[in-house]
Write a protein that binds this ligand. Structure first.
Ligand SMILES: O=C(O)CCC(=O)C(=O)O
Ligand SMILES: [Fe+2]
Length: 431
């Protein structure tokens, strides 16, 4: 292992194809996972050229007119594209789901690209990337399990992690033109934890990814050439009884240039019961989480975030923390019994950021959109198409200043969020 440059958080860089020395490599990795839940991997086998091509294809998608992109948007049957203003004014994304990355990519490519050649290249590239990321994830999870004890990987990898699956999200950030005037930048993606076991992230050279320390401060995770960022998600935090940390993170935009990232989420299967084995919990320690079904947690995140766009960073702690009474007796908690925590979370969020307030969203998922649909169904408003025209007109008129277009933004979010309930296999498990 080697160390990253001095001006960044000193996270270990793990060479994923070298055997790790237990006394040095594994212990520094275990330490980073406990403290930050983030580390870098090197020797991952994806070339710069491959990323350049992925980036260029993604750029072709995000450069399309909004109406064209919405053909894969929240109201379309594929719901792969999340437009600006859903997660933040400066963020849009495209999802490619496994295990059949080719057909998932094709679903989008067929409605986005006119040229057959580009269509095919897009599908092939994402098939290859998804497949490689799935292999890499399996390898990384094995190493992480070996951080938890001598036989943990041998005993539990096959039994518990064999059915994991992944999906990709291509993220594009477009900051406002006046971003340099802001000392601290603007939030491109608000504070959240990932719902995955692990996430593998490629970030371009712009930077802006930040992790939140235990004390509540934000620390930059600088792009480190030739490496990928790996972070622990909520599912693995719960399974490891909190020994591997799922840290809150966010993206801050400080330069008036667009930013590109590619996140691969590796998750348990929907019906998996997530529970830390006794051996992992350790003698004398108590279980921090009650057992839960993976899909129930996903649904909790999707519904609790309510699509209100005032995000409060709910995590697996809110869903499955095993509470104790004052005498140390275990109390069961009701799923989503978190209303009383909401207020403290909101004030926590307010102090956590010194940034210009953009509305936040933790889950960039169909779930958060679905919640708005529920609201619509209960009588607020039913609109059958994203009212993008009014928003575009307003933004043109005000030179992109979205704060002057709040009414149009709200109408757009509401209308663009209305959709029929998704089939159970088709939900998103994003961060
Ligand atoms: O864009 C990034 O660097 C981070 C994205 C992220 O946290 C996510 O997609 O969950
Ligand atoms: Fe994330």
């Amino acid at each position: 292992m080697s160390s990253p440059p001095e001006n960044s958080l000193q996270l270990p860089v793990m060479d994923i194809h070298q055997p790790l020395l237990p006394s040095t490599d594994l212990s520094s990795l275990a330490e980073a996972c406990k403290e930050w839940g983030f580390f870098h991997i090197a020797n991952h086998g994806i070339s710069e050229e491959f990323y350049r091509k992925l980036r260029s294809l993604s750029h072709q998608v995000f450069s399309l007119p909004t109406d064209a992109k919405l053909r894969a948007g929240p109201l379309s049957p594929i719901r792969a594209y999340t437009p600006h203003f859903i997660a933040s004014p400066f963020f849009e994304s495209l999802r490619v789901s496994g295990p059949d990355y080719y057909s998932s990519a094709k679903g989008s490519a067929d409605v986005l690209f006119d040229q057959q050649e580009t269509n095919t290249e897009f599908c092939r590239m994402f098939l290859e990337y998804g497949t490689r990321m799935a292999e890499l994830s399996a390898r990384i999870v094995r190493v992480l399990l070996s951080c938890l004890g001598d036989d943990v990987e041998k005993k539990y990898y096959e039994a518990e992690f064999r059915r994991c699956h992944g999906y990709l999200r291509v993220n594009s950030y477009s900051p406002p033109g006046d971003v340099q005037e802001e000392e601290e930048g603007v939030e491109g993606l608000g504070m959240h934890t990932d719902m995955s076991c692990i996430t593998i992230l490629y970030q371009d050279e712009i930077g802006g990814l930040q992790v939140r320390s235990r004390e509540g401060g934000w620390v930059d995770i600088q792009p480190c050439e030739g490496t990928l960022v790996v972070n622990i998600g909520d599912l693995l935090q719960a399974w490891s009884n909190g020994q591997l940390r799922s840290s809150q993170h966010r993206v801050v935009l400080r330069q008036p240039v667009s930013r590109f990232s590619l996140a691969f989420f590796w998750c348990f299967e929907d019906d998996k019961v997530v529970e830390a084995p006794e051996e992992v919990v350790g003698k004398g320690s108590r279980k921090l989480y009650r057992p839960f079904v993976c899909l129930d947690y996903v649904r909790f995140r999707e519904t609790i975030e309510k699509g209100r766009f005032e995000k409060v960073g709910y995590t697996v702690d809110d869903f499955a923390a095993a509470l104790q009474d004052s005498e140390g007796r275990e109390l069961s908690i009701a799923n989503g019994g978190v209303e009383e925590q909401r207020e403290s979370k909101i004030s926590d969020q307010t102090t956590a950021s010194g940034l210009r307030k953009s509305r936040r969203c933790t889950a960039l998922t169909a779930g958060s959109m679905e919640s708005v649909a529920e609201k619509s169904e209960s009588g607020v408003k039913k609109i059958s198409a994203c009212d993008v025209e009014a928003l575009k007109r307003c933004l043109d008129e005000h030179k992109g200043d979205y704060k002057k277009c709040q009414t149009e933004v709200e109408a757009f979010k509401l209308s663009c969020s209305f959709k029929k309930p998704s089939p159970s296999q088709d939900h998103l498990k994003g961060s």
